[in-house]
Ligand binder design. Structure first.
Ligand SMILES: [Mn+2]
Length: 340
């Protein structure tokens, strides 16, 4: 990547973040609830970079019961500490680098930490909806947190080892939908080229991740796809699954993170694809994808419902209501927001 192509905001914040790191002794990193590869790989790559800077850092698993099995081959995944933020002693740390998390609920929705926290906090993210809640915030709206980290590491002169490169590549590749989601540009291909040169086993790593499905994931897809309903002149397609249905089929909620909203929005005329999943009674997770980000910016809908995300991909949680009530709420908000 040509040094001139590094984002101005990253160039501006890189020395400030490095100064905070140099002051710190023990650094905390986390995976966000329902972690995706960008969350896990960014945390792992940052931990390795911090080690090069002579710092002690740990990655905690966060809210999820466990890290998905298909992520456990990411370099360093075996070092993830199986704790949530409420289960660790924060006074043992002097810096918390919060990656890929637009709001405190993305650190933990079970027990969102209160800001300002007793330790220094740095937020590094790529979501437009980021609430800038850290002591220091670096938010560059781009393809992946891994892409922001790559630029920081170049500026900090971190050696892009195999393990750092593979983690960054997996984060960038997955969060950009295979280097194609908006706002993809030529820079991510240049960065991807450098990263895979340093980690030629990327093909096997991506294969392992994409081909480690459990049968429950397929059973879930069947349930979700057979539930599809359309609303507001077919503009919105919703797949919804209740916790009772999940339990009856023996499907753990960890199997509900699939690409159903994307599949739905790929249908001509279905401008927003959505899943509304009752993870457990009173806990509804909504994931949305848009096929027309100008007319149907889903980050607005997610924000109106207490969540956040990007124009093309966003989500929220709705607590304390039934699946039907949540569905009606989402549809009525969409009707209002998009004048349908
Ligand atoms: Mn991300």
């Amino acid at each position: 990547m040509n040094p001139n192509d590094i984002s101005p905001i990253i160039r501006e914040k890189a020395p400030l973040i490095l100064a905070e790191i140099q002051k710190a002794k023990n650094i905390l990193l986390h995976c966000h609830p329902s972690p995706d590869p960008d969350s896990v790989c960014s945390a792992l790559a940052m931990r390795l970079a911090l080690e090069q800077l002579g710092k002690k850092a740990i990655v905690i698993k966060g809210d999820s019961d466990k890290i998905p099995e298909e992520f456990m081959h990411f370099p360093g995944a075996d070092t993830i500490v199986m704790k949530n933020i409420s289960e660790i002693n924060l006074s043992e740390f002097d810096l918390f680098i919060i990656l890929d998390s637009g709001s405190p609920e993305m650190i933990s929705y079970k027990a969102p930490p209160v800001f300002p926290m007793p330790l220094r906090t740095i937020v590094i993210d790529h979501h437009a909806s980021n609430k800038m809640y850290g002591d220091l915030n670096l938010v560059d709206i781009c393809s992946a947190t891994a892409f922001v980290l790559y630029q920081l590491f170049v500026l900090w002169k971190i050696e892009l080892t195999h393990d750092i490169s593979l983690n960054l590549f997996i984060g960038l590749y997955t969060d950009s939908g295979g280097l194609k989601y908006s706002p993809a540009d030529y820079r991510i291909f240049e960065v991807a080229a450098v990263l895979v040169k340093n980690s030629p086993d990327f093909v096997q790593a991506i294969f392992k991740m994409e081909n480690s499905l459990h049968k429950e994931a397929i059973y879930y897809e069947a349930l979700a796809l057979s539930s599809v309903e359309t609303f507001l002149g077919d503009n919105i397609a919703i797949a919804s699954v209740s916790s009772q249905q999940l339990v009856a089929k023996g499907i753990d909620v960890s199997f509900t993170h699939t690409d159903i909203p994307n599949m739905l929005k790929s249908v001509i005329g279905w401008n927003i694809g959505m899943t509304i999943i009752e993870r457990e009674p009173g806990h509804i997770k909504v994931s949305m994808r848009s096929r027309d980000v100008e007319k149907f910016d889903v980050s607005k809908l997610a924000l109106a419902l207490g969540g956040g995300g990007h124009k093309a991909a966003a989500g929220t949680r709705i607590m304390g209501v039934t699946l039907d009530v949540a569905k009606k709420l989402v549809v009525s908000k969409a009707k209002e927001l998009y004048n349908l």
